[in-house]
Design a protein around this ligand. Sequence first.
Ligand code: ATP
Ligand code: MG
Length: 555
Amino acid sequence: MIGDESYPINFISKIIDADLASGKYKSIHTRFPPEPNGYLHIGHAKSICLNFGIAQAYQGECNMRFDDTNPIKENIEFVDSIKYDVKWLGFKWSGNIHYSSDYFDQFFNYAIELINKGLAYVDELSIEDIRNYRGTLTQPGRNSPYRDRSINENLVLFQKMREGRILEGKACLRAKINMSSNFMVLRDPVLYRIKFSKHYRTGNKWCIYPMYDFSHCISDAIEGITHSLCTLEFQDNRRLYDWILENITISSHPRQYEFSRLNLEYFVMSKRKLNMLVTDQIVTGWNDPRMFTISGLRRRGYSAASIRKFCLCIGVTKQDNLVEMASLESCIRNELNEHAPRAMAVLDPLKLIIENLPIGYEKIISMANHPQKEAMGRREVPFSREVWINRADFREKDHKQYKRLILGKKVRLRNAYVIRAERVVKDIEGNITCIYCTCDINNLYQDLIDNHTIKGVIHWVSVHHGLPAQFHLYDRLFNIRNLSSIDNLLKAVNPNSLIIKKGFVEPSLLNAIAMSPYQFEREGYFCVDSVYSQPSQLVFNRIVNLRDIWKNIFN
Ligand code: ATP
Ligand code: MG
């Protein structure tokens, strides 16, 4: 319901309310119209949640339509990935999938109708001249010398275009509107261009393809869309959207409304630019966990619910802004804090030997999977005489505020012994290779009693039982917060966006399922990587840190 938790009121819901109240529409029908020229990104998620979400909230319908009128960059791989992503996000389209390419015959017939009405003409100016004749924001354009051709001549030429008898770039079909309009889009926009390219669905049937402005409004009208929601850069194009529908014979006239795009700091929202990152191998693919594509986020360990939540939180307005990374991260962090089972992993291992325990000593320790949720059960974690701890959890010298292990002092191993560091072994370069400790043998499990004296608690993994694992720690892909005005994206790439650590995890993670998340105590939220991980070499992605680190680093 609109206005409750599942869908908040926004300026579009107010328009819909008014349309329903006035009787203009009885029910609402939206559509999500991606071009299959790349994988979907988090910006598309905003549009998906708006179009499908608002239809759901009003018990209306939302169509899934592939806006596939440009044969050069579109393909079936992209179609399949987009379908998968929309379903995975939790949405269901109305009826069958629609394709703009299914309407190619209709588009063609409407173009003929415009020619017959004297509202479209075949222009033979070069692309460059068309641009020159267009004028500027302060200067009106000039009419093309081909503008006043007879209807008959236009029909013949358009037919020739369609039959492949005119070369690419040598002619196009333009609407005859007004070369001195204040709106550049109304200065005789191109409706059709010649492209000798095979289309992934229609093959070689066509060598002329309609422009977005011509095909989109007609597709909306054919499908009986009521509210056609798009991003703000199409604000002026709305004039053309309406002009076309007013001048062809079609019974419905959807209304276009624009909302602001989602821009996320440190990332780019353009399939073209993302495609470049993939082809230039800056990332390993569209689903690289550093990419804020739906597939990248999924592989990284983001749930569909957290992405939907994020889209609800950022809202739908007409104001352009740059959304903080922290807001996306807090959506997944809040969810994981509630639901992710806890486990122990050591990312940067240092061996610790408790020398007063007998050689071969082992003990099974029962640990809660979630400190506040008994219902999430317990697991058995083997402890032994030799454990891995994190290198950063030990210091030789005392330091103010350092509450971990210090030479000569005590610390508690999580749910196990209180230990004291006695001495260290170093390699020839002076790096510590091993710490020898002692423990109070009678004091296992009695950590609570020691609580008032022992401040620090560190986590560990038994050397004998731990599973080797790689940890992929991701940082932002770019170093620049607002990339909108950056020409050379490659220069803005963060060379440290992926850091790989090699360490160990507790054995209960042997059968960890891809994408099912864990909180590795004191390290962050992680999940098994669906591509690289093997039982013999587990690979974990860090989904997000335990706390918001952005504020500390950048403010
Ligand atoms: P891109 O440049 O990433 O390819 P696009 O607008 O060309 O973006 P489409 O496949 O045409 O991509 O987009 C499908 C729908 O998603 C459109 O209605 C578009 O307005 C919307 N959309 C795309 N990017 C964003 C974004 N950053 N925020 C909100 N909606 C978006
Ligand atoms: Mg587009």
